[in-house]
Structures are given as C-alpha cells and as structure tokens.
Design a protein around this ligand. Structure first.
Ligand code: DGJ
Length: 733
C-alpha cells in the first residue's frame, strides 16, 4: 500500500499490493486526468502514461477547438456543460441560474489513516493500516470546491473513494447531481455485471453487453431496493471465477443510487456510481459542505473470485463495526413464518421451551406484538406492547424466555406509520407526503418523516424505551415499503429535493445512536426481505436479512448473488417449514439446514408442529453450526459450480485462510438417472498437505491438496431432487 505524488510529472500514484491507480494534472488549467487502473505498474513510467495526450488536443495549444480535448480527455471527475458531452459527475445551478462547471486542480494532501465521513457509513482504517489522498479541485467561476478522497488499506486490493463539496462562493448554489465515483477507461471487451431482483428474488446476476450510450441500473425508491443493487462490475470473461479482468464497484450507501457506464463515440468507457440524480437537488448555502457517499473500487486480474475475496476482506476488516462481527451469533428461532400475526405469549413460550431442548439459543418475536396489530393494516408507530397477546407485558415474557435458557430478540419497523394508528391520529403530518395529494399507500402504511427532529426523537425514544424495558439482546430493524410522494413539512420549497438523502442520513443517525446506547445489541437490518442489503447498512449491523424467500433452492441463487459481494457472516439465513411458504416447494430438512449454514443460521418455523424427524435433526444441524461457523465467518469463499448456470447443481467452498480446513456445500438440485460421475474441484488447498475427506461426517478417504484440486472429488449420486451434502476437508497435521 502506498500513495505518492511525483512532482516532476505532476502524477499521483495510488498502490495496493497488486494494483496501481494513476492520475495526473495536465495543462495550464490543471485538468485532472485518469491514466491507469489495473495490475501494478510502478511509477517509473508515469510520464509515458501522460504522453497519451496528443498536443493537438491540449486546450492551451489548441484554443480553436477545445472541445476535441474536453470531449475525449479521461477526466478524473468531469463537470458539465463545458464541452465534454459524456456523462457528468457533477451538475449545478449557480446563483445566476447557470449550470456550467469545470473542476481543476488546486492542491492535495496525503496522510496516514482515514477520516470518517460525517453522518455517513464508510470504511475505516488507522495510521498503520491505511493511507489517504485528498485532491482539491475547484471551479473559481462558480465558487465550488470538490475534494476527491482516495483511501487504501494494507493487504487489500481496493480503493475507497468519496467526494466532498464546499460552496466557497458568497451565494447559494444547487447541486443537481453529485456522483461519488467517475472512472474513464478504454474498453477492453468488457461486459457489465449487475444484480437485479424483486421481493423474494433479490440479487440475481445479470451480464449484458455494453452498447454505445448509457447502460445503467438505479434506484430512486428511497432504499437500495429489491429491484437493483448498488453494485456493478466490468467483466472480461463473463462470470468466470478465475479468469479475466474484473473491475467491481460497491456503493457504501442504502438510498437512491445510480451505477453505470457510458460508452463514447471513441469507444472509451466512463463508469459512474453515486446518488441517483432523480429526486435529488441539494442546496448549498455559502460555506456549506455536502459529502457524497463512498464507493469501493476493486480490481481483480483473476476473475470474480478474487473480486469477491477483496470485498469480503475489506468489509469484514474495515466496514463492519459491531462487536459481533468476530463472534458466533446465537442460533435463533424467529416466529414470523411460524405464526405470522397469530401468536400470544403462551405460543411463544411453547416454542421457546421446545427450542431450548433442541439447542436453539434465542427466541425472536417478530411483527405483531404491539398496538392492535393482528394483521399488517394497523399500528405501526404505536410501539406499546399489546397485553392481550403478551400477557403481563414484555418484561414478564422476556424473563420467562430467559428462565427457559434462551436469549430474547424483538422486531420493529421504526420508520413507518399506519394510517390506522394512534400516532397517525395525533400527527397525520408526520408522514412523508405532498400537501394536497393523498399519498400512495404500500402495505397500507406511510413512511415517517424522520428528517424532522420531533419525529426522529419520538422514534428513537420508542426504540430505546422498548429495548430498555426488558433484557432484549437482538433487534430486527425492518422497513417494508419504499418512499413515494416525497414532501417534508420541515423543508422549504428550495430544499424538497434533499428529502431522500436526508431520510437516509436520519436512518443512519438513528442506528448510530442505537448502537452507541446499546453496544451489546445484535442488530439485524431487514427490508421486506433483502431490499436494504448493502454495504451502507453493514456499518451499523453485522448481519442483514437476505430474503423473505427461505426456500433452500431459491436461496441458492439469492445467496450466490449476495455472496458475490458480501461476507457469508452477514447473510441472514434460516431453516423454514415445508411446503415452503413462498414457493410451495418441499425440500429435505437436511438441505434447508446445509444451505442456511452458509449464512447467519437460525430457524423460522413452529418447532412444536414440525414433523418429529425434522425436530430430531435440529441438534445435529446446530452441532454443525458450532463446528463450521468459524470457518464460514472468517474463511475465503469460493464458488465451485452454479445452479444458476448449469440448472442441475450448486457447490461452494469455504477455506480457512491457512488452507488447513475447508467446507464444501454441494446441492444436487435435480436427480439424474444412470448417473455419470460429477466431479467437484476444490480450490485453495495446500498442495503438499494430505487432507481427510469427510462426506456428511462419513470418512471418505484422504488425498494430497494438489490431487484434490486437479482430479477433484467425485460426489456420490444422491437419491432424489434437492439433496445436499457437506464435504469437510481437514489437513492431517
Ligand atoms: C418483512 C420481513 O422480511 C419478514 O421477515 C417479517 O419480519 C415481516 N416483514 C414482518 O412484517
């Protein structure tokens, strides 16, 4: 890891162990150009890199046709309306109503460590393990400064970058667009990989060709969303795990975003990622500062596998703050799919008693315990225990559950308000809405305007009271609708375009306060399944509910897309009942357990009602959880085969960092007759070590790492569809 400024060439070089990122200041104006990002090249050739600027295009030498420079130059952070007709990084309206902006070099600063981004989630590092470069660019006509920030981390091939804007003029101006990352590069036959989805189908992988013009994904739903995910990658070799260059980008933000690529008339690419410009306009009064959230840039010369390892290591070591990130989480049982709204304390206690006998460690009471909530039409905002259901109150229930030997967790959806609630009766204006227009309902609820101080304080007060009223050790923070009808009574008409981002800042502020007041609370974020599963939320919670689709086979694709970017330790995954409530599929209990084992692991079923043989299998599954969880949390994840691709089977592997242990999860989705052999090839084993092979706890021989990697393991043909096997490899000494 290193960051250098080479004065004689006016070049910045940012290095990680295996990558270089080079920018340079050119011409009299001080345009900041982007010259290289990829495999490490050192800095001896920096003037060679600059020589790609043909003098005929240099504006100072060619004042007749500056646009041939401006429309072609690889700008590190392009402005707008000044002769570059590609996609813009920043757009403004200044005090005169004009919108031209061109940002040029002013100064820079290189230091050890990394600063926090005020009010925003961001990667962190200290003086020993990280370094930062800040480059100030300025447009003196407008009076706007943009400080580009780049940080690198010891041993990790990623760069974290963000932009801070400062209005240094004497008048107000408006930011109409403020991307966090712009990256100009040549097209070397790349395709664009993105993650799309819907409720119960989150983070499906899609690869498409990059045509001329813009190809992008976005959300302006007020959350990162089920539909698109704030991630993209340029890939050279499709979804190959091992081959081809990959440039991966993840946005450390949970609200509206846009991520895409613009292919120019000259075949160059301009990549961008940042807050979606739709529904965004931020007023900067004189002296005001606006910080655009962080983007992680991740280059791999060896396919998607290396990109994934980089994201996982970065997020585990430099993003997740929770004390739980390095700990085994309690095995929980959640009553949502067990009871939905139809429960009371007796039912919960019965579940808790049976759960305790099976080795489960925590009971989580989901939606329906407050106000008059017996269905999803009412009571959000009325965070007072419904004593008709929870007889004797929350503390009594929690004490009883604790006495049984289980911890207790609770569900809340703090950002919402039901029209049928006491809160709405008292404060109808607290819901986000546009005056004079009936706001759109979704799941029969509105969104609270938590950007208003009194609303923020009310919401936080209710969470704090509930959590303080009993020994509650876990909170599932849910959000079940997207934002619409954007209007806030607290904002002037010149600031309504700030609402979506202010909303996210308020969510972050609520969760920040929460984890500071309750440092031992295990927080799990959730949004109608996995609509807010993003790097932003990981700054606050070590785990996120992955999807409401708990079917083991559906989960194969959902968990494949999720784990492409996020560590398995963050992935909320439960064993649920069959037929599955979302797709009606019947899968073996073992397969459900084996698939959930690669996530946080827990149960979501009525343990008092499931078949006796399933109940009897739970202690064994929990023993597997205790045996393998450290590997799952800390190991390197490798994708070995993809059901998404082959429509027949799935396999992934987690290898201990020192290569001495590995767990392969194999799922035979469809059985086939008169079986041909199916070979799974493990990765990242130590060539010379001998490994014992255990198939579902049965000894199946031993072989050298190099043999296993090259010849593979022939998996037994399992009898039936949806069967799974855990293959454990342990080095002999
Ligand atoms: C959506 C979540 O994803 C579910 O797990 C459950 O908590 C429901 N909301 C409750 O309304």
């Amino acid at each position: 890891m290193d960051i250098r400024y080479i004065e004689k060439d006016r070049i910045f070089v940012i290095e990680t162990d295996n990558t270089s990122y080079v920018m340079g200041i050119v011409d009299e104006e001080g345009f900041l150009g982007h010259f290289y990002y990829g495999d490490k090249i050192g800095s001896e050739d920096s003037s060679y890199l600059l020589s790609i600027i043909d003098p005929q295009y240099t504006p100072s030498s060619n004042n007749r046709d500056r646009s041939s420079f401006l429309d072609r130059f690889p700008f590190e952070y392009p402005g707008s309306n000044v002769g570059d007709y590609r996609n813009t990084g920043v757009e403004i309206t200044d005090a005169n109503g004009n919108g031209s902006i061109s940002l040029c070099y002013e100064s820079h600063n290189i230091y050890k460590g990394k600063k926090e981004l005020e009010g925003l989630p961001a990667t962190f590092g200290n003086e020993n393990d990280s370094m930062t470069l800040e480059i100030s660019l300025v447009d003196k006509v407008v009076g706007l400064r943009a400080v580009l920030s780049y940080s690198v981390f010891e041993g990790i091939d990623a760069i974290a970058r963000s932009v801070r804007f400062e209005n240094i003029s004497s008048e107000a101006l408006f930011l109409n667009k403020a991307m966090s990352m712009m990256l100009d590069m040549e097209d070397e036959a790349y395709q664009l990989l993105t993650l799309h989805g819907s409720w119960a189908r989150e983070r499906m992988m899609e690869i498409r060709n990059i045509g001329y013009g813009d190809t992008f994904v976005e959300s302006f739903r007020g959350e990162s969303s089920h539909q698109f995910h704030p991630f993209m990658a340029l890939v050279q070799d499709g979804d190959s795990q091992d081959n081809g260059k990959v440039y991966g980008f993840s946005f450390v933000y949970s609200g509206n975003f846009q991520a895409g690529v613009c292919k120019s008339q000259f075949d160059s690419l301009r990549l961008y990622m940042g807050i979606c410009e739709k529904n965004f306009c931020w007023k900067l009064d004189s002296g005001d500062v606006f910080t655009a959230p962080e983007v992680i840039m991740n280059y791999s010369s060896a396919g998607l596998g290396k990109m994934t390892h980089t994201f996982h290591d970065l997020f585990r070591n430099h993003l997740i703050r929770s004390p739980y990130k390095d700990k085994e989480r309690p095995v929980l049982i959640n009553n949502w799919e067990a009871t939905y709204f139809d429960f009371d304390s007796e039912k919960l206690i019965a579940i808790a008693r049976q759960a305790q006998k099976s080795g489960i460690e925590m009971l989580v009471m989901d939606d329906g315990w407050f106000g008059e909530r017996n269905d999803d039409n009412t009571s959000l905002g009325d965070w007072y225990v419904n004593e008709n259901k929870i007889k004797g109150g929350l503390k009594k229930l929690v004490d009883e559950v604790n006495a049984i030997g289980l911890k207790f967790g609770i569900w809340m959806e703090p950002e919402m308000i039901s029209p049928a609630s006491k809160l709405y009766k008292a404060h109808p204006d607290w819901a986000i809405s546009v005056p004079g227009r009936e706001a759109c309902r979704s799941r029969n609820q509105f969104v609270l305007d938590i950007t208003r101080e009194e609303v923020f304080e009310y919401v936080y007060g209710r969470i704090k009271d509930i959590l303080s009223s009993a020994n509650i050790e876990y909170l599932k923070w849910d959000m079940n609708r997207q934002l619409s009808d954007l209007g806030s009574a607290a904002l002037g008409k010149d600031r309504q375009g700030e609402l979506s981002h202010r909303y996210m800042l308020a969510v972050y502020a609520l969760q920040d306060r929460l984890i500071k007041d309750f440092p031992n609370l295990l927080l799990e974020n959730c949004s109608g399944g996995g609509a807010r599963y993003d790097a932003g939320m990981l700054y606050y919670s070590p785990q996120i509910w992955c999807s409401d689709d708990t079917d083991a086979i559906e989960r194969l694709k959902i968990q494949e897309g999720t784990s492409l970017v996020f560590p398995l330790s963050t992935m909320g995954a439960h064993v649920s009942d069959c037929p599955n409530h979302t797709v009606g599929r019947i899968t073996p209990f073992k397969t459900r357990g084996d698939v959930a084992l690669s996530g946080t692991f827990g149960y979501e079923l009525d343990i008092t009602k499931i078949p006796a043989e399933d109940r009897a299998a739970i202690p064994g599954q929990i023993a597997n959880y205790h045996k393998y969880n450290e590997l799952v949390r800390k190991g390197d994840y490798y994708r070995l085969a993809s059901y998404r691709q082959n429509h027949e089977y799935d396999a992934w592997m987690i290898t201990q960092k020192d290569g001495r242990k590995a767990l392969i999860t194999y799922v035979q989705v469809v059985a086939f007759p008169n079986g041909k052999r199916r070979i799974i090839k493990p990765k990242a084993l130590d060539d010379s070590r001998i490994y014992e092979i255990w198939q579902d706890d049965n000894y199946a021989g031993a072989a050298k790492g190099t043999t296993l990697k090259n010849a593979g393991i022939a998996v037994p043909i399992l009898n039936g569809d949806y069967r799974s096997m855990l293959i454990y490899l342990v080095a002999k000494e």
